[in-house]
Design a protein around this ligand. Structure first.
Ligand SMILES: [Zn+2]
Length: 101
């Protein structure tokens, strides 16, 4: 077996890499698991895509689907934030210029 992290040869029965300590198979770090990446999305936003990309998770289509979903959600959130800021700005302007009342 080859460690996904340091690419060194390790025993098939090893749960953790002998060289870099990275968890193997079901012992991979939580932020490399699909649900962990989604938790990261709420903590660090679209930067979690990096962890999805680096994840040793074998199922490529699942990774791609999750990457697309995360990207779409990030774009949607940015758009909503932009609209909210714009609306707030317009409200503030109408209050200052006195056209609100
Ligand atoms: Zn390693």
């Amino acid at each position: 077996m080859i460690c996904y992290n340091c690419k060194k040869e390790i025993e098939d029965t090893d749960n953790y890499c002998r060289f870099c300590g990275a968890g193997q198979g079901s012992h991979i770090a939580w932020y490399y698991k699909i649900w962990g990446v989604w938790i990261l999305l709420f903590l660090i936003g679209p930067f979690c895509l990096w962890f999805l990309y680096k994840s040793p998770y074998k199922n490529k289509p699942v990774k791609i689907i999750n990457a697309v979903l995360i990207t779409a959600l990030s774009v949607w959130f940015c758009y909503k934030l932009y609209v909210a800021i714009k609306t707030f700005n317009e409200l503030l302007n109408s209050l200052i210029s006195g056209t609100f009342f």
